[in-house]
Design a protein around this ligand. Sequence first.
Ligand code: FEO
Length: 397
Amino acid sequence: MQNCQEIAAGLFYLGGNDRRIALFESAYPVPRGVSYNSYLLKDEKNVLFDTVDNAVGDVFFENLAYALDGEQLDYVVVQHMEPDHSATFARLLERYPSVTVVTSQKAAVMLKNYFGFAGKAYLVKEGDTLSIGKRTLTFVAAPMVHWPEVLFTYVPEEGFLFSADAFGTFGALAGNVIAEKDVFAAEYLDDARRYYFNIVGKYGVQVQSVLKKAAGLKISMVCPLHGPIWKDDFAWYLEKYLAWSAYRPEEKCVAVFYASVYGHTQNAAEIVASAAAAKGARVRVFDVSVTDKSELVAEAFRSSHLVFASTTYNNGIFVSMEEFLNDLKAHNFQNRAYAVVENGSWAPQAGALTDGVLSSFKNMRRIGEKTTVLSAVNEESRAALVALGEAIAEDLR
Ligand code: FEO
């Protein structure tokens, strides 16, 4: 049965929630589920903005039929081709064979490659407009946010911005599809940060470029393809995006990441954490062998100061820390202060190797020299770890 909502006069939310999915994109745990959003804008011409994942296809088609209320579907704007949005495109064409597909040149190629779509698409590019009656669709190119074909659509008469994946988040919706800042900050922000940095984070330059275009628009409502719709509190969320996409730390705080086999490297990491906290720093500590990589990536981007502590393993960095560092590199991590701690029982190597990786990123600044523990922390290495924690707290101030 349909469960759509009219979120503004003539604008309907048609999406649905998947709370059974374990891994989004087969990579990211989503214990709070995810929503797949789609919108219908009714005017002299009726326009659908994107379809949905197969997981919510049935309720989406019921919502669409209900919202159309017997009227024709004139256009479907395909803003993003990733299958969590386009998977039901072929079913849409079967049900609405006369619909005109409006999309970018790059997406048209993908429609052919994914679905064998051989119809004639109405191709649009940056700045093109399409009148649908009282309203106009204005298309904004958003390449690599986070695929190359992505379009945003702006409706100037109403100030609606359909923003594809941008401003989305993990986390299913709970009845209210409109974002409330305080609820979002408490219940969604960690997931939104994790979503941004793991899905889009590599493309900060491209996000900045599209945010500059959006800055010139009068926006009343932002309609993303995941998560809640933004109205009054959008400026607050936009500030997060401005910081995130510029690779600016969101918080002046310390994230301590450690990889420990028998607990001695953990002990070293926690001594650094305690010393920094004793000097007033806000500190979070993560065992990289336990915490999911997507959360580690998000916490690294969130924090201004980072500590990486790894035992030496097979003459290298411990495997879970090495995977984490590779993940940071893949996401274009940069612009942070960091410190390195290593452990090794006969030939410590992890510190130099970790430093080599981190110093290859842009705008990285090391605090102190690498601190070495030989097997277990002793009085001498403890003093060095305390000094390191205090130096980090001092630098943070
Ligand atoms: Fe939500 Fe890039 O797909």
